[in-house]
Design a protein around this ligand. Structure first.
Ligand SMILES: [Zn+2]
Length: 198
């Protein structure tokens, strides 16, 4: 799969930023522990001290999204099956009461990867059911594409289709008239629109 150069550069930068943030936070954590660690945890048992250190040093990973975000990958394929899972969820961190619950839709795609013929199942959307978002976006036979690090999974346009979603930012774009050898760019993020897999 050949990705446009500007899109590749964008992803590389995004990964570098995440890793840098993670390393800086980790360095800050080391400084905090060296300066105040002993004082703060002076009165607790050794086991709890170790646990506190472990949790503390894991925090930078949580905040920077490393490595969870980094295990994402670019993938594409043909949709074999669309599953919408409707469940109850809530936004309350503690003890939600009945009125905090809402219906949530999670959209899963079963996709056949053309290169390996392998079936993969991917979660492409989760959100409040009443918004009905992405319920009708995907259908069997669509070719879908997901870019590493992006929150979106786009449907690649078939011939004569006039719109395409940006694989990076998710904005919907009207396909402009373009000359031979030119590639259209997104009106929102200015990166090259991915219309087909090369
Ligand atoms: Zn865009």
């Amino acid at each position: 799969m050949k990705l446009p150069q500007d899109v590749k550069a964008y992803i590389a930068k995004k990964v570098a930023v995440r890793l840098t943030i993670c390393l800086l936070l980790e360095a800050a954590a080391v400084v905090v522990v060296m300066l105040w660690g002993r004082k703060l945890l002076a009165s607790v048992k050794t086991g709890i001290t170790v646990l506190c250190y472990v949790v503390f040093f894991l925090l930078p990973f949580v905040f920077s999204g490393v490595p969870l975000k980094l295990i994402d990958r670019t993938w594409y394929g043909v949709v074999e099956k669309v599953d919408v899972d409707t469940t109850y969820d809530n936004d309350q961190p503690f003890k939600p009461t009945l009125e905090h619950f809402y219906l949530k839709n999670t959209v899963y795609l079963t996709v056949k990867e053309p290169d390996t013929e392998r079936l993969i199942i991917k979660k492409v959307y989760a959100g409040r059911a009443k918004l009905q978002r992405h319920i009708n976006t995907y259908k069997k036979g669509d070719t879908v594409f997901h870019l590493y690090g992006s929150q979106h999974t786009i449907v690649l346009p078939i011939a004569h289709e006039t719109h395409v979603q940006c694989a990076v930012c998710g904005a919907m774009n009207e396909l402009p008239e373009i000359g031979e050898g030119e590639e259209p760019t997104c009106h929102n993020c200015n990166l090259t629109l991915i219309r087909r897999i090369k």
